[in-house]
Write a protein that binds this ligand. Structure first.
Ligand SMILES: Cc1cc2nc3c(=O)[nH]c(=O)nc-3n(C[C@H](O)[C@H](O)[C@H](O)COP(=O)(O)OP(=O)(O)OC[C@H]3O[C@@H](n4cnc5c(N)ncnc54)[C@H](O)[C@@H]3O)c2cc1C
Length: 493
């Protein structure tokens, strides 16, 4: 079906005001932050979608998906547009972006049962602000909180800065509503726990728009006790010393809301006023007073246990102030784009992985060594480091961060710079038995390794795709590897 016919038929489903064909908006919709440099330089190599559509009800989402399924039109679900891994990038000639803009209602805040229900287009910050008025919090605080919306947060399996206490989004989602490509609407009911077969929430959480469209989400909400917050900061000898303290706190059964260690290079970016060229270890404890105090005591005890790795303690106010300024607003995102229009450099590319306590230091060390030895443009790197920011009883994550000067055409940047570094990180992680993506999702640019990530369990993922999206209309190229990888990643004809 050609673009004109698609647009004609769309008006049978939604009003003309719900269909956006503005050229600048379609260009914006053709890729996400993965290609932010090429995007700002107007050098994107992917097709633009035919239109962005704004359904206002689950019935309209259902009708749109049915239409796309029948006509084999690729669908990219879209929410807050903060995706970082190509989940919003378009690799098909005929694509509709279905945006959650008009699914913007908070449906219920229910403090007695500690849950809130929202439509998929509600920004996290909006629900958080409402909850704070009554002394509650979502407990979810990704850096993208001011911009990201519930549909995207659930679809990417996102995680927030206070995850060590509250968990990732998968620990918060109670129930949800979603629509499959054939238009079928499924509602997963809100209960505290059940043993009714496999937990089907997990078919939806993390599907990245490649299986279904999320229209409504119910999440847990938590009582908020900011008056009890406690902050701790230390300079430490090396990353491994910091990891030992993080582990000690976790395996002793404590749950600080924040537990992080930064490499020297990464600490220099964040804590320029006190890092002193060293690694930084920091914690935040929160909750009811007794719990926050006990957690704080446990942190101090763990620091004493591993004092051979601790160089000095940092004023806790510095850590508290740092947290107050961590989130990114839409203005920050726009400013970054604006800066890239004129500067030939890239700051803050990341690849986040996870593994058990024993393995994380080994991955960190081998990635650092391999990038320095093998990356062809190592002289252009202006920073290479990382931090661990989400810890569990049995392990933690590592968020590799790299900045570089760009000496190539904008359309070649990813292949010349980002991809070779990411490839080393993914290869080393998989070789050591870790997971190649801790919280940003696979998107399109890690899909070449999806099979290696899952091994024999890829069978289950593949069957889900075949069962729910047999015509392959949902976010083509996302999670599941496709031939376009050769064209859009390796630039082969
Ligand atoms: C500055 C910044 C900071 C970030 N910090 C964090 C962080 O701390 N933690 C973290 O986990 N991530 C972080 N991210 C990554 C990103 O914000 C998260 O992945 C977020 O969850 C995406 O939500 P969104 O609403 O922006 O979704 P979008 O970017 O619009 O979409 C993301 C993906 O979800 C799919 N999708 C969107 N809506 C739906 C829907 N209704 N149904 C089905 N699929 C859908 C899209 O197709 C796409 O694949 C950050 C990103 C930025 C730019």
């Amino acid at each position: 079906m050609n673009s004109k016919a698609v647009l004609d038929q769309l008006t049978d489903i939604v009003t003309p005001e719900q269909i956006n064909t503005n050229e600048a908006d379609l260009y914006e919709a053709s890729a996400d932050r993965y290609k932010k440099y090429a995007k700002t330089r107007k050098a994107l190599d992917v097709p633009a979608p035919v239109a962005i559509v704004y359904p206002a009800s689950v019935q309209e989402v259902s009708a749109l998906l049915k239409f796309c399924n029948r006509e084999r039109i690729n669908v990219i679900p879209r929410a807050g547009m903060t995706a970082t891994e190509g989940g919003l990038e378009n690799w098909k000639d005929t694509t509709l972006v279905i945006d959650t803009l008009k699914l913007d209602k908070i449906l219920k805040i229910d403090p007695y049962n500690s849950q809130a229900t929202v439509q998929a287009g509600v920004p996290l910050q909006v629900l958080e602000d409402e909850l704070r008025k009554i002394g509650y919090t979502t407990g979810h605080s990704p850096q993208s909180k001011p911009v990201a919306k519930f549909g995207g947060l659930v679809a990417t399996r996102s995680i927030g800065q206070f995850s060590t206490l509250y968990g990732g989004i998968e620990d918060m989602v109670v129930g949800l509503e979603c629509v499959f490509p054939d238009g079928y609407v499924s509602r997963i009911k809100n209960v505290s726990r059940r043993a009714g077969g496999p937990d089907i929430r997990h078919v939806v959480i993390g599907n990245e728009g490649a299986l279904c469209y999320i229209t409504e989400v119910t999440v847990k909400i938590f009582k908020y006790f900011p008056e009890n917050n406690k902050f701790y900061g230390y300079l430490v000898k090396d990353v491994e010393s910091g990891l030992k303290v993080l582990r000690e706190v976790m395996v002793n059964g404590f749950r600080p809301s924040v537990a992080r260690v930064y490499s020297e290079e990464d600490a220099a970016q964040h804590f320029y006023h006190f890092h002193d060229g060293k690694c930084v270890l920091l914690f935040m404890a929160e909750g009811p007073k007794g719990i926050a105090d006990a957690t704080g005591d446990a942190i101090e005890e763990a620091v004493r246990t591993h004092q051979d790795g601790i160089l000095s303690q940092v004023d806790s106010q510095l850590i508290s102030d740092w947290f107050d300024n961590l989130n990114w607003s839409q203005q920050d995102i726009d400013d970054e784009f604006e800066e890239m229009r004129t500067s030939d450099s890239h700051a803050g590319y990341t690849t986040e992985i996870s593994a058990d306590w024993e393995t994380i230091p080994a991955i960190y060390t081998s990635v650092m060594a391999r990038v320095k030895a093998e990356f062809g443009r190592v002289e252009d790197l202006t920073m290479l480091g990382g931090h661990s920011s989400h810890s569990y009883l049995n392990g933690t994550n590592m968020y590799f961060v790299y900045n570089y000067k760009i000496h190539c055409a904008p359309e070649d940047e990813l292949l010349v710079y980002h991809h070779p570094i990411q490839k080393i990180i993914v290869e080393e992680t998989l070789k050591h038995g870790g997971s190649m993506c801790h919280h940003h999702g696979i998107g399109k640019f890690r899909s070449e390794w999806t099979k290696d990530e899952h091994g024999t369990a890829f069978y289950m993922l593949e069957k889900l795709k075949e069962a729910f999206d047999p015509n392959g209309i949902m976010n083509h190229g996302t999670i599941f590897p496709t031939d376009e990888i050769r064209k859009y990643i390796y630039q082969e004809e």
